[in-house]
Design a protein. Sequence first.
Length: 378
Amino acid sequence: MKEKIQEEFKKHFGGKGTLYASAGRINLIGEHTDYNGGFVFPGAIDKVIMAEIRPNKTDKVRVYSIDIDDNAEFELNEEDAPKQQWARYIFGICREIIKRGGTVKGFDAVFAGNVPLGAGLSSSAALESCFAFALNDLFNGNTIDKFELARIGQSTEHNYCGVNCGIMDQFASVFGKKGNLMRLDCRSMEFEYFPFNPRGYKLVLVDSVVKHELVDSPYNKRRQSCERVAKRLGVETLRDATKEALDAAKSDISAEDYSRAKFVIEEKERVLDVCDALNRGDYETVGQLMYATHNGLSKDYEVSCEELDFLNDIAKECGVTGSRIMGGGFGGCTINLVADDKYSHFIEEATKRFNEKYGHEPKIYDVVISDGARKITE
Ligand code: GLA
């Protein structure tokens, strides 16, 4: 990928820039908890967006996307937003840095990636974090701290891409560290690295290839449900709500909002239970909690789909330790914790049966927990 980017940069702009990369992410558990002030447990993966960038001494940004084979050119004022969705991510990052008093001047860039699009692995956060990290290095002497870089990515989603997301994806992409998951408390923003090397098990993603599109999606509606219930219960976020308080208010809340809030309240406990189980090396419990999350995401939060429920059923039948839909939902991947001796059988079965039913094979990605945003060359 690096060579291809360098070749295209030379072709489009001549000479060389600096290379940066940032990563997609997985999340072991803690879904739809981030915008509710709860806990998440993500890690960056070895699939990245990489960009070569060089200031061009003008007010113009010129970008070429290798994967989409498309160019965009824009200036840096609010009214200069490009029309292509992919370029709006980069424009948003520039604008959010400028709005915070940082500096961005014109630059030329070429980028490419191997984070599968729409698979729930946060390709958009990888793109945002890559450019936020780079522009901090190139124009701001690295004075913007890492949390702010993550927030710049999140605000880009809110203000330029129409997704009212939480902080998990951008946090994971910026802070990711090889071999470590991170437990983040999204209320206090305190976090802890958690070395993750389950002996005797693998983490594997099974991608349904059902397109996952959060832009203009029911994702924002889920968030609104949670905010309505929090308001009704008199708490800032559902992090501070209890199941008892929710039940006491049940008659004032729509059945749908009730189910959404119930899931979130249960899910925040599951993250802590998974951490305890990991500390004891008790992967069976971790796995059961993953199945419980799937069930909640499917039945209460209603962000699953037929294909993902099917993959979850196959996992159960194959004796997979834990399996669940991962990320925002509405398509994308399941994440599976599989004992080594069950791995081949599970992958064969899932591939064969999914293909029989839906006419195409799912994609399989072994998870390698890797570093997040970084500079690659001078
Ligand atoms: C998407 C959002 C995140 C988070 C997850 C669900 O990935 O971008 O902020 O809410 O969905 O856990």
